[in-house]
Design a protein around this ligand. Structure first.
Ligand code: DUC
Ligand code: ZN
Length: 466
């Protein structure tokens, strides 16, 4: 391919700070110029490949900082691995994922990381980084945290529930260590003891079906754990990320900590913005496809989360993509606690945020750009390599056509599962093209470039830049 330069003509460039009609020059893997048509044409030169993107919005490639690909969990393994998962991601406009490398029982962090590199290496159709999930803590693991930072793993994940959970003392020690090395952690906040007790009660009463799922993981369990985490972080004096926030109760706890002067970041996901817990009452195992933790909540919670996005109190929208087939979901047909928890999402996050967020007037284009691209790039040490369309940044660009009519169906999806949670949902945007570091990866909505993704060594989170 001798034509190295590309000129994207006629589009509207979106950033967190505004939108502007501008042409974009790509040279090799990078964006080299953004500006007025005549100037850009001159900079690109007569040999540049001209790509007509008129009528389209150009976003910096979306970043999904919460995926679970090829993860062993609940006695099975997620249906999407790095091959199918990143193909689905890039089709949906996501040019970078940050997956959760996991320290399985008995492993060092180095072993967990090596395992994740092996899973991802050569298989990814978008760029990728890893957080490390710390599930066992001792002095040797504590020393390894610096090694992770040196390897570009600058963020971590802790669970307050599941068998991967760490207790309060451990969380406190880990936060102390992260403060020393300049790391940041996302935390899955749910009170595991309360959930275990409620599950036992439900089962003792013979309530074995899917409809028991939401009531046994109440919003109070999430809000309590968020509060506990934030008090631990307060004493250590370190910013933390509350991942997949679902409810008003938790939101209020976060706002309260901010009023005390704490730095707290919050993430939510499309399913928590758009779906309600009444789905768990669907007949048979239909509701099982919506089982995730924390669970879907009420309409008022969805509204609260949209408000949080609009006001900037919630900084990122990720997916928590953790997909299982209906056959895998059937593992819990006699006992709802055995349903593998998780929903897909990487393929539809952008078009859903556009349709329900921007098009329906809940958030602005700039806010959409911030929560899908700019903020995760800043928070996870990738800005300005990622997260912005500007000279010097990677040529990761989503070409989104607003006003298109499309319908989400399982039949057309690339995710390796036999259903789509948003089946039949009408969307008003189509992702026509995606550029991954200057290369056309999606054309006419089809993935045309596979396995071109590379590992992104991330920098430290810079306090105060978000
Ligand atoms: N929640 C899920 O539903 N699945 C994966 C991990 C998580 O936190
Ligand atoms: Zn998750």
């Amino acid at each position: 391919d001798i034509i190295m330069k590309k000129l994207l003509k006629g589009g509207t460039v979106v950033s967190g700070g505004g939108t502007v009609l501008a042409d974009v020059v790509l040279d090799g893997e990078k964006i080299t110029a953004v500006g007025l048509p005549e100037e850009m044409a001159q900079l690109a030169g007569a040999d540049a490949e001209v790509v007509d993107v008129s009528g389209c919005l150009l976003f910096p490639g979306f970043i999904d900082a919460h995926t679970h690909f090829d993860l062993h969990v609940a006695g099975t393994v997620t249906a999407d691995d790095f091959y199918t998962g990143t193909r689905a991601a890039v089709k949906g406009g996501t040019t970078t994922i940050v997956d959760f490398g996991t320290q399985y029982p008995g492993e060092t962090l180095a072993q967990g990381l090596a395992n994740w590199h092996e899973k991802a290496d050569g298989k990814c159709s978008c760029d990728y980084g890893f957080h490390m999930s710390i599930t066992e803590w001792n002095p040797a693991v504590s020393r390894e945290v610096q090694d992770m930072m040196d390897e570009g793993i600058t963020s971590f994940k802790l669970y307050m529930t599941y068998d991967t959970q760490v207790d309060d003392q451990t969380i406190f020690s880990i936060l102390r260590r992260l403060k020393e090395v300049g790391g940041i952690t996302g935390v899955h906040c749910e009170n595991s003891g309360m959930i275990a007790a409620l599950q036992e009660e439900a089962k003792a009463a013979g309530h074995m079906g899917v409809s028991s799922h939401p009531a046994t993981r109440p919003a109070a369990a999430e809000a309590e754990a968020i509060g506990r985490l934030l008090r631990l972080a307060e004493v250590v004096d370190i910013p933390v990320v509350v991942v997949h926030l679902t409810c008003r109760e938790g939101y209020d706890v976060i706002l309260e900590a901010r009023r005390r002067g704490q730095k707290v970041y919050a993430e939510t996901c499309p399913q928590y913005l758009l779906m309600e817990d009444s789905l768990y009452d669907l007949p048979g195992m239909e509701g099982a496809t919506y089982v995730c933790a924390p669970p879907l909540r009420k309409k008022a919670d969805c509204e609260c989360l949209w408000e949080g996005l609009a006001s900037g109190q919630i900084q990122t929208v990720s997916t928590d993509h953790c997909s299982f087939t209906t056959e895998q979901k059937d593992l819990g047909k006699d006992d709802f606690t055995k349903i593998p928890g998780g929903m897909p999402g990487v393929e539809t996050r952008g078009i859903l945020l556009y349709t329900y967020g921007v098009d329906q007037g809940r958030i602005s284009l700039e806010q959409m750009c911030r929560v899908l691209s700019e903020n995760p790039a800043r928070l996870y040490g990738m800005y300005p390599q990622k997260g912005v369309i500007a000279p010097g940044s990677d040529g990761d660009i989503v070409v989104l056509r607003p006003g298109a009519e499309d319908v989400i169906t399982a039949e057309n999806q690339l995710s390796n599962i036999d259903y789509a949670p948003f089946e039949g949902t009408k969307v008003t945007a189509r992702i026509e093209k995606v550029f991954l570091r200057g290369q056309l990866a999606v054309s006419e909505g089809q993935v045309v470039l596979e396995k071109a993704g590379k590992f992104i060594k991330r920098g430290k989170y810079q306090f105060g830049t978000l």
